[in-house]
Design a protein. Sequence first.
Length: 180
Amino acid sequence: MAQRSAGPSKEDWVGAGLTALIEGGIESVRIERLAVSLGVSKGPFYWRFKNRDVLLKAIIEFWKRDFTTLLIDQTREFATARERLITLAELSLVQRMGSVDVAQAECALRAWAARDPMPRAAAAEVDAARSPDQRVCPSGRSTAIGRTVGQSGLRCPSRALYASPIHSGIGGRPIIPNRG
């Protein structure tokens, strides 16, 4: 009998699940498909997860942690809104996190959230955590940095930074096609 420590880790399954989500939507996140992509049978999946729903929750938790919390934590040390904004802008230019295309993952998770209450609730948490009032403009007021970035009518320029990878793409590739 194979040892349960052998085979893909939880992180491997989550990565494979996120890749499947990017490539084909939530319908593609199937245990058989993930097992094939990892070069194993379905058995090792059940060593790591009780069922598919637990994997889906793990994918969401990965997104919340690695695409939001860790990013925000890297800006906390800076004293001014300007420093936080510059750091956030630099971090938002990261194209890949491991083997995952960050912008494509964000879009795939948002598309899933548009149809399913479980990721929708997580998206609301992520949006609240990414709130410009919390991250770049703790006072909740427009700041000089907002005027430096440009008069966009935004309460805080970080809102544009969080939206820009989705709407304009990363590395010059549009993520959402222009339908205009």
